[in-house]
Design a protein around this ligand. Structure first.
Ligand SMILES: Cc1cc2nc3c(=O)[nH]c(=O)nc-3n(C[C@H](O)[C@H](O)[C@H](O)COP(=O)(O)OP(=O)(O)OC[C@H]3O[C@@H](n4cnc5c(N)ncnc54)[C@H](O)[C@@H]3O)c2cc1C
Ligand code: SF4
Length: 571
């Protein structure tokens, strides 16, 4: 294996690695896909149809085991007794932070990466986002505009299958949608009341989600079983395993190698190119070398930066392709953790929608035309309206879930009765790029495979805090305007630690100037032309939309560019 030179090596098989593998193989390249973690067998590893009685702790988890092995991952809402094997073992994958600045690096390590557990919410960016840095004089300008990316959004969405509703909003461009999921009655009332009160400025729409509402490209429509973070045997939501990997495999040009932990990239100083990767076998811990003509780094924002920093050599002493010195810096996440909830009276005669795996979305409405808020940029809301009680009785339990009151016979009686309607709204805010937020290499700690670990420093600053505080009050205001009662705000005085939004991005930003950016507008490193980085590392600002569809669009675009350049003999 070490002797074969592949046309391309893709590192990481998550959302972006799956796309790189699909695009490069479909365009004729012989591709080696390296994945640090194990293979996934949907028949054994997916658990979306398991019931509480199928697992030892009835869904409430072995708290001691989780505290010992998954102290970080257990803080993710999606990490449960049913699926903790889809999250990394924190003991084997350590990292450090300053004592007063916790960072939650929430992730998986297996074929498919976080595409198996992700929340599937997809929202396009607009020029409000791509032009924001330039307009505000923050960080550096994006080297692309919406016009450059729009065809690639179209392209990836057509393959992925996104359900959603067209709204014609300039700040949230419509996409290629399958039919939308239905809104519950509480959500429909909110859409109407908010629409009336803010006359189109604030809009309540159904979540745009990478879940099929119709059969699509050989995959079955969703049957609303509910806990998607545990896998999907009918392949109804988009993941590497459900979508891009089968497409890449169908070409006959993909070699997938799980248990392949990339320690660093092989650099050839004579040609100033990368020629492959140093891989530690995840099981035997033996090191091997693999060779490729081009390399696509898709190991996720923090891990890709770590690989480049760990690949330092005499020519690039501060990290490979880091002549700018910005590699590892400008780490961002979304501001998360504050919002409001309330009761929705008067809807008792209406049934709930069951386990619809989606909620509603309120696109950003602040600072759209000029500055009308106390901070820069803005936030959107995600949330939903449901019935408690009856539904609660059938929910997969988790600590803190709202079950009907009572025990034994009285609990069973109570479960027959549908409870009241409630509504909640939770904000996702844009975080400004800041040089102080960064990932470095910890010089004294290694992971289970002997590879130097990360030291992550990230915090929230004034703009974030001001926005975070407003989210609570505005969420409550909109619930009240919709007719909710007993409205309560939630969220600690400070935002949840960075990382909790699970949208880390920005450690190898793109730009036109090689002195201030790592990548050019094609996700190609300025320094080494056969090296591409297409996970969230390239992001120059964070928007407030869930970012993965943007990563997919840029990855497909970069792969197309790389193959064109190869064909022209320029790579
Ligand atoms: C619970 C949850 C909910 C989320 N909800 C949403 C959402 O609604 N919308 C949205 O847009 N995003 C969401 N996200 C975020 C989304 O999952 C990520 O943005 C996306 O997966 C990033 O893609 P990626 O390819 O960069 O990384 P990943 O999908 O994390 O894949 C990286 C892969 O690289 C592998 N790897 C790492 N290091 C190495 C190495 N050294 N050698 C070889 N392989 C390596 C990993 O094992 C992994 O398989 C959510 C995430 C989680 C966990
Ligand atoms: S996408 Fe639909 S069918 Fe698949 S796990 Fe989620 S709810 Fe179930």
């Amino acid at each position: 294996m070490a002797t074969k030179t592949y046309d391309a090596i893709v590192i990481g098989s998550g959302i972006t690695g799956g796309w790189a593998a699909k695009e490069l193989t479909e365009k004729g390249l012989d591709v080696l896909l390296l994945e640090a973690g194990k293979n996934i067998d949907p028949n054994k590893d997916y658990s979306e149809h398991k019931m509480p009685y199928d697992v030892k702790y009835r869904g409430l988890t072995d708290v001691k085991f989780m505290e010992e092995n998954y102290p970080v991952q257990r803080q993710c809402y999606a990490c449960r007794e049913y699926n903790h094997h889809l999250f990394v073992n924190d003991k084997e994958n350590p990292y450090t932070t300053p004592a007063d600045k916790p960072y939650l690096f929430l992730r998986g390590r297996h074929v498919g990466g976080r595409s198996i557990m992700w929340g599937r919410q997809v929202y396009r960016w607009s020029d409000l986002d791509f032009l924001a840095n330039e307009k505000d004089g923050i960080a550096i300008p994006w080297p692309v505009t919406y016009k450059d990316i729009e065809p690639w959004y179209d392209y990836v969405e057509t393959f992925v299958g996104i359900s959603g509703m067209k709204e014609g909003l300039p700040q949230l461009p419509d996409g290629k949608f399958l039919k939308p999921m239905a809104m519950s009655c509480g959500e429909r009332i909110m859409r109407q009341k908010i629409g009336e009160k803010w006359r189109g400025q604030r809009v309540v729409t159904i979540g745009r989600t990478a879940i099929l509402t119709e059969d699509h490209k050989g995959r079955a429509a969703c049957h609303y079983c509910g806990p998607c973070e545990q896998g999907c045997i009918t392949r109804s939501y988009f993941s590497t395993l459900n979508s891009t990997l089968p497409a890449a495999q169908a070409t006959g040009r993909l070699t997938l190698r799980p248990h392949s932990v990339v320690r660093g990239l092989i650099y050839d100083k004579d040609s100033n190119r990368v020629s492959g990767a140093y891989v530690v076998d995840g099981v035997s811990k033996q090191e091997l070398e693999v060779k490729g003509k081009i390399v696509f780094l898709c190991a996720s924002t923090l891990e890709s930066a770590r690989i480049l920093l760990n690949s330092a050599n005499p020519r690039y002493a501060n990290g490979l392709a880091n002549s700018s010195g910005v590699l590892g810096h400008y780490l961002m996440d979304h501001l998360y953790g504050s919002g409001a909830s309330g009761e929705f009276p008067g809807l008792e005669e209406y049934p709930d929608l069951g386990r619809r795996p989606n909620g509603i979305y309120i696109p950003r409405f602040q600072n759209l035309k000029g500055k009308d808020a106390k901070y820069l940029r803005g936030y959107g809301f995600q949330g939903g309206s449901h019935r408690a009680g009856y539904l609660g009785g059938f929910q997969l339990p988790s600590l803190g879930s709202s079950l009907p009151p009572g025990f034994g016979a009285s609990l069973k009686e109570a479960m027959k009765e549908p409870g009241g309607w409630s509504m909640s709204l939770s904000g996702f805010g844009e975080c400004l790029p800041d040089q102080r937020n960064k990932v470095e290499i910890n010089k004294t700690m290694t992971d289970k495979w002997g590879i130097p670990a990360m030291h992550i420093t990230a915090d929230w600053y004034e703009n974030d805090q001001t926005m975070y505080d407003e989210i609570r009050d505005v969420g409550a205001e909109m619930l009240e305007a919709s007719g909710c009662k007993n409205v309560r705000t939630f969220g600690e005085s400070k935002p949840a630690p960075p990382g909790k939004g699970i949208h880390e991005m920005g450690t190898a930003r793109m730009g036109n100037d090689p002195k201030t950016s790592v990548l050019n507008k094609w996700n190609q490193t300025h320094d080494i032309k056969n090296l591409f980085v297409t996970d969230g590392s390239f992001m120059v600002s964070s928007g407030c939309q869930n970012p993965s569809i943007t990563y997919m669009a840029f990855t497909a675009r970069a792969a197309n560019y790389a193959v064109e350049q190869m064909k022209k003999g320029e790579l």
